[in-house]
Design a protein around this ligand. Structure first.
Ligand code: NAD
Ligand code: DAU
Length: 342
């Protein structure tokens, strides 16, 4: 695998993957295909060797461009997406266009040229799980987790568009022999995450003198994984995964939003209760939890970032040290939230 295309490689997780490949797999050259939407940023790829990383600014739904690039590639690793649930509740249309039509355009080209395809997806396709505290016999056991056999029941326009794209990939494998794998990962944290998302929003709120904002009760649970562990998992699946298979990626990082926010406040030297409770997200998924035993037992992957507090402190430091990366956008992002009562 010498020449790979990374779609969405100028976004949060995609750019972390590009850095990971450049640093760990010297034989691989990367073409990043990215439209540079509000979520894409050239600066995420700054400092990478120009002879190994080439940024093509373009749309994954541009069939002519995609055909030209895929023709000369060994594999496509597909991260590009509209990725934010709150935005999908305001305007679903770009989610349908990019996540469904864009994925369709890529798999058609991969099928034509017999190119290996890895589809990066989300645990949100499985809907949500009950909070452990609401289960009968509360406190006993871990409660149910998502497995590759879990039923698809997405809640939001974002997650339903990702579920649609997963189903397209599965159908292209079965009907056309597309050489594809799929991964569904839980919530990522780490550097280069857009400040609309929960953890960077709260860190940059505190750094800007704005009170952090917690939706609803704050009891909703997310299963946090460091983005570097996600990158290693995707590389493992790309190189060792079995065609047609789905792998769930997670690092046993369940925490409710209130706990995460209190940790951020503590690590940033603020009182534990220095935040505001705001309007809940409509249809807000209660709990995500990943059973990643298939990936661990069949492909030998294990997470390395097992101490969430340390990973969070590194992330806080990254936003402190890279103020110029986020500062110009902060007022606009907060104005959009304020307009929505959040
Ligand atoms: P992001 O919003 O930070 O980045 C998305 C990137 O895709 C941006 O660079 C953007 O410019 C690009 N893009 C958007 N539309 C495009 C188009 N039509 N053509 C080309 N490029 C386009 O997203 P992220 O959080 O890095 O997520 C990346 C992928 O990982 C998504 O597919 C998402 O569903 C999946 N995922 C994310 C998480 C998470 O916690 N963030 C967890 C699991 C899976
Ligand atoms: O599970 C994987 C998914 O994780 C990915 O597929 C998505 O692309 C990614 O955005 C993320 O989705 P979430 O909706 O879980 O992430 P978000 O950062 O938007 O919110 C995390 C939790 O924090 C969620 O329960 C909502 C809550 N929240 C969010 C924001 C922005 C708040 O309480 N306050 C906030 O200000």
């Amino acid at each position: 695998m010498k020449n790979i295309i990374v779609t969405g490689g100028a976004g949060f997780i995609g750019s972390n993957f590009v850095h990971y490949v450049v640093n760990n797999h010297p034989e691989v050259n990367i073409t990043v295909l990215d439209k540079l939407t509000y979520a894409g940023n050239r600066a995420n790829l700054a400092g990478l060797p120009a002879d190994r990383v080439n940024l093509v600014v373009g749309d994954i739904a541009d069939a002519e461009l995609v055909d030209k690039l895929v023709k000369n590639a060994d594999a496509v690793v597909h991260y590009a997406a509209e990725s934010h649930n709150d935005n999908s509740l305001i305007d679903p249309s770009p989610f349908i266009q990019t996540n469904i039509i864009g994925t369709y355009t890529l798999i058609e080209a991969c099928r034509k040229y017999g190119v290996r395809f890895h589809h990066v997806s989300t645990d949100e396709v499985y809907g949500d799980l009950p909070l452990r505290e609401d289960l009968p016999g509360r406190g006993e056991g871990e409660g149910e987790k998502f497995t590759p056999e879990s039923r698809y029941q997405p809640s939001s326009p974002y997650s339903s568009s990702k579920a649609s794209s997963d189903l397209l990939v599965r159908a292209w494998v079965r009907s056309f022999g597309l050489k594809a794998t799929i991964s569904n990962c839980s919530n990522n944290y780490g550097p280069y995450q857009h400040i609309e998302k929960f953890i960077p929003r709260q860190i940059t709120n505190i750094l800007s003198g704005i009170k952090p904002k917690l939706y609803g009760t704050g009891k909703n649970v997310r299963d946090w994984i460091h983005t570097n562990d996600h990158s290693r998992a995707v590389w493992t699946i790309l190189t060792k995964g079995k065609i047609g298979e789905t792998y769930l990626i997670g690092a046993d990082g369940e925490k409710n939003n209130k706990e995460v926010l209190e940790l951020i406040l503590q690590e940033m030297g603020q009182p534990k209760d220095a935040y505001e409770m705001v309007k809940d997200r409509p249809g807000h998924d209660l709990r995500y939890a990943i059973d990643s035993s298939k990936l661990r037992s069949e492909l030998g992957w294990e997470p390395k970032f097992t101490n969430f507090e340390d990973g969070l402190q590194d992330t806080i430091n990254w936003y402190k040290d890279n103020e110029s990366w986020w500062k110009d956008e902060k007022a606009e992002v907060e104005a959009k939230y304020a307009n929505n009562g959040q």
